[in-house]
Design a protein around this ligand. Structure first.
Ligand code: HEM
Length: 494
């Protein structure tokens, strides 16, 4: 008997079955989720039938899942349900490739071995294994450690800004990618890996897009098929990360995260093995740059469309007299803080994130069988008018009084699996933004279209071209942004 969630949702389409609905979700998860919540409530099936979307590869611990398309997928909205799912992490697993669902005693096929290694990072362990690894990693993310990265962040941002000239138009998304990557490689591996880090990140980006491709639903390791491409890209990332870890081991310990991980010891005195080091490094690297890049790019876009906020922010930043703010000075820039928080609310870099149900459960009065998937929508939570009045409006000053709970506002998620890099990201985003805006105003060229692409993270799919102007430029009406991003927020009209 096929067991699927009891949550209401649309029926499979005639002839096309569940797949067509899954494709609709993959192409536009935010829009699809919005329609499902409006029609079916806060727990809605993406389609009433067996389906898997987020968990690629076999799931040996649930053998019957291999013979079906899966056990159904629901999307979930509301602070209360969010709290329930995020805290019960023995029940709602991160992704199905590890922990109880990918037991270590199952020998992966040779070609799948790099997948299992890359999936030993924090993102992919669950329950007790997750607790153990999180404990080992925490010291590398302690506040004093993070503050020590301030000098590297300033140096790298200055390097990137050295190429900036007033009057030129550039893809700032590409520049920010290079910037956050160099910060990530320096803080993680202790050396600015320059082009090598950028290349690795490009492969990771393709890997992520391949993993999220609708064609992955086929999951056949055959010539020209996406699952084969996924395995090949995984092997490449694995090889390159392993090489960087081995090189790091040869140099003396430093303040970088990898040194901390090499020195970390569990209660029984055991250290992380090479597979675990590669897994952690890969996940921290992947999770730690693209999200920050997108947060910075979305913030520059929002500011370009809200010149009055931009002017006020320039006034606040004028107190820095053009010098990069110290950690203490950053804490005394309330509008900068409000701008970043509001941008993360309105256009969250991770708008929707998945969980795999590890044991039969009930959520919001609905049955969820083991093996079904749950997508939590951060975007819809952040756009709830009961929590944030005029939710689609960019209003940084709301943060002078707004005090939402961590389950109402959680760009970094919440509970035991909350983003381990949240403090790092906030320092990086505020510092880089302050340095960029202390020197330039970023203007959108005429007729710019911005179409968000959601593949776990939300990025502008064609990059983001902006023209550099002198800061404090006399007011003139900005060019209006076009494209699908207009549906995600309310943009000023003029
Ligand atoms: C604006 C920037 C960032 C955003 C919006 C963000 C968002 C998130 C979210 C939503 C999760 C939870 C995913 C889930 O529960 O399904 C997460 C987890 C994680 N993030 Fe971030 N992140 C950011 C920056 C960073 C940085 C800079 C690092 C590392 C330096 C990092 C490393 C991680 C790791 C390792 C996890 C897994 C935590 C665990 O499972 O225990 N993130 N992030």
């Amino acid at each position: 008997m096929i067991r699927i969630p009891s949550a209401p949702g649309p029926s499979p389409l005639p002839f096309l079955g569940v797949t067509a609905r899954a494709l609709g979700w993959i192409q536009d998860p935010i829009g699809t989720a919005g329609k499902l919540f409006a029609r079916y409530g806060n727990v809605a099936s993406i389609v009433r039938g067996p389906l898997r979307i987020a968990s690629p590869g076999p799931i040996p611990a649930i053998p019957w899942l291999q013979r079906t398309n899966g056990a159904g997928v629901v999307c979930v909205n509301s602070a209360e349900l969010n709290r329930e799912v995020l805290n019960a992490h023995e029940r709602y697993f991160m992704i199905a490739l590890s922990g109880r669902l990918f037991p270590k005693d199952v020998e992966p096929a040779e070609r799948e071995r790099p997948v299992t290694r890359l999936m030993t990072g924090l993102f992919h362990v669950n329950a007790a294994e997750h607790r153990k690894h999180r404990r080992l990693l925490m010291p590398a993310f302690a506040k004093t450690r993070i503050d020590a990265y301030h000098a590297d962040m300033v140096r790298i941002t200055n390097d990137v800004l050295a190429n900036y000239r007033v009057g030129t138009t550039r893809d700032v998304h590409a520049d920010l990618t290079e910037l956050t990557l160099r910060i990530a490689t320096t803080t993680l591996f202790g050396e600015d890996e320059g082009a090598r880090g950028v290349d690795l990140a490009r492969v990771m980006q393709t890997w992520l897009l391949t993993m999220m491709s609708p064609k992955m639903l086929l999951r056949i390791d055959g010539p020209g098929l996406p699952y084969r491409r996924f395995l090949e890209l995984t092997a490449q990332i694995d090889r390159e990360t392993l090489a960087m870890v081995r090189e790091r081991k040869k140099r003396p310990a430093g303040p970088d995260m990898l040194s901390m991980l090499l020195a970390a010891r569990d209660e029984d005195g055991s250290a992380l093995d090479e597979d675990e080091l590669v897994g952690h490094a890969g996940v921290i690297f992947a999770a730690g740059h693209e999200t920050s890049t997108n947060a910075l790019a979305w913030t520059l876009l929002l500011l370009s469309q809200h010149p009055e906020v931009m002017r006020e922010l320039e006034d606040e930043l004028a107190s820095l007299r053009g010098t990069p703010p110290s950690v203490e000075e950053l804490a005394r820039l309330p509008l900068l803080e409000g701008v970043v928080k509001e941008s993360l609310r309105l256009l969250p870099p991770v708008p929707i994130h998945p969980r795999l149900v590890a044991q039969d459960s009930e959520l919001g009065g609905h049955f969820l069988p083991a093996g079904s998937e749950v997508f939590l929508s951060i975007y819809h939570l952040h756009h709830d008018p009961d929590i944030f009045p005029d939710p689609k409006v960019f209003r940084p000053r709301r943060w002078e009084t707004a005090r939402p709970s961590v389950y109402e506002y959680n760009p970094f998620s919440a509970g035991p699996r909350m983003c381990i890099g949240a403090a790092f990201a906030m320092l990086e985003i505020k510092l880089v933004l302050a340095m960029l805006l202390s020197r330039f105003r970023f203007e959108l060229p005429a007729n710019t279209r911005v179409d968000p692409r959601v593949a776990i993270t939300m990025a502008p799919s064609q990059g983001l071209r902006m023209t550099l102007r002198p800061r404090g430029l006399a007011s003139q009406l900005p060019n209006r942004v076009g494209g699908r991003v207009r549906q995600l927020a309310q943009w000023p009209e003029w």
